[in-house]
Ligand binder design. Structure first.
Ligand SMILES: Cc1cc2nc3c(=O)[nH]c(=O)nc-3n(C[C@H](O)[C@H](O)[C@H](O)COP(=O)(O)O)c2cc1C
Length: 360
């Protein structure tokens, strides 16, 4: 069997990606009442036309309380399905697999957009009460502590993930990722730095990972057997006394047992100003270690910008997929340009027919 490379296909369950390049989920903060619009069609559509194998839509809230900002995408009600169907039909028609990231922002909810300062929006001024593992504020400009979740809140969130999964299916997504990274609700439970609970959802490792596992079980039950399920983790808090890569390996093993197919290996953002060594490919070793030690497929993400760098990650077996975020914003045709640079045959097929004769 030949070595997998950036332009080899990748299959999980019934889904085959045309290459190993995924567009990483990126919040656009441009929805009204959680509904997608023409901006999302152009943003996601351009990246499908650009040749990525997988196009993952932004963090999409499973309940209104779980939005980061009032303008976040959502799948908490049926009216949010139809505008997404149109986008997903377009993405599919252009050869990419449409994916979605289901999310709950927890204590980082009720904030202004990044270009407005990511500040707390007061209740009564368009903001809302936030919920979290423990009444500890994230910090930075998010200074308001959340309300500690009750058992009923926890059950409601698990059910919200389940219901949003059914809507994601109705919207035509064929790849689903649970957002359990970047200090939002699920990592605020699994990290010992943000969870001080005394009940069965805190304390030991088993208690802290329980909500992430329960959400994964509910999502897997609602998501068809034939479709792949991924989970994005923050593999390290990069902070003394915090969550570690060893913890992530153990959680990945348990997620695999719940039916997860891939771990998307990010890190950080549960602690403001953690000393993160953000050099090219700095999170790739997390993807490699989880793949090796937990025996599950992984995606590498973070400062992957060069075609040879991306190709090496796949060839070395450090990860099964590479996800690009900012570089895909700079160049939606990155997959085509990468194929040309790597002299991959795929370059022939990565421009749409309308462009190919003129631009190849
Ligand atoms: C504009 C923007 C929005 C983002 N929104 C999300 C998001 O919705 N969910 C998520 O898990 N990560 C989000 N991220 C993080 C990216 O998915 C990615 O992990 C990170 O940018 C590192 O990859 P890069 O170096 O290729 O940009 C966002 C990043 C950017 C730049």
């Amino acid at each position: 069997m030949s070595t997998p490379h950036l332009f080899s296909t990748f299959s999980q369950r019934s889904v085959t990606l045309r290459n190993r390049i995924g567009v990483s989920p990126m919040c656009q903060y441009s929805s009204e009442d959680g509904r997608a619009n023409d901006w999302h069609l152009v943003h996601l559509g351009a990246r499908a036309v650009g040749g990525a194998g997988l196009v993952i839509a932004e963090a999409t809230a499973v309940e209104a309380r779980g939005r980061i900002t009032p303008q976040d995408a959502g799948l908490w009600e049926d009216a949010q399905v139809e505008p997404l169907r149109r986008i997903n039909d377009f993405v599919t028609a252009h050869g990419a697999v449409p994916g979605v990231q289901l999310a709950h922002a927890g204590r980082k909810a009720s904030s202004t957009r990044p270009w407005e300062g990511s500040r707390v929006i007061p209740i009564g001024e368009g903001g809302w009460e936030t919920i979290g593992a423990s009444p500890l504020a994230f910090g930075a400009a998010l200074t308001r502590p959340p309300r500690e979740m009750t058992a009923a809140d926890i059950a409601a969130v698990v059910e919200a993930f389940r219901a949003a999964t059914a809507r994601a299916l109705a919207a035509g997504y064929r790849w689903l990722e649970i957002h359990a990274a970047h200090g939002y609700l699920l990592p605020s439970f699994y990290s010992p730095l943000s969870n001080q609970r005394a009940d069965g959802y805190g304390g030991s490792f088993d208690g802290r990972v329980r909500l992430t596992l329960e959400v994964t079980r509910a999502v897997r039950e609602a998501w068809p057997e034939e479709l792949p399920l991924a989970v994005r983790l923050s593999c390290s808090d990069w902070t003394e006394g915090g969550w570690t890569i060893e913890d992530s390996v153990e959680l990945a093993r348990r997620l695999k047992a719940e039916g997860a197919d891939l771990i998307d290996c990010s890190s950080g953002a549960n602690v403001p100003k953690a000393p993160i060594p953000a050099t090219p490919g700095y999170q790739v070793p997390f993807a490699a270690q989880i793949r090796r030690e937990a025996g599950i497929a992984t995606a590498a993400v973070g400062l992957i910008t060069e075609p040879r760098q991306a190709d090496e990650i796949i060839r070395r077996g450090d990860a099964d997929l590479v996800f690009l975020a900012r570089e895909e914003l700079r160049d939606p045709h990155w997959p085509f340009h990468a194929a040309r640079e790597l002299r991959a045959e795929a370059a022939r097929d990565l421009l749409p027919v309308q462009y190919a004769r003129a631009a190849q």
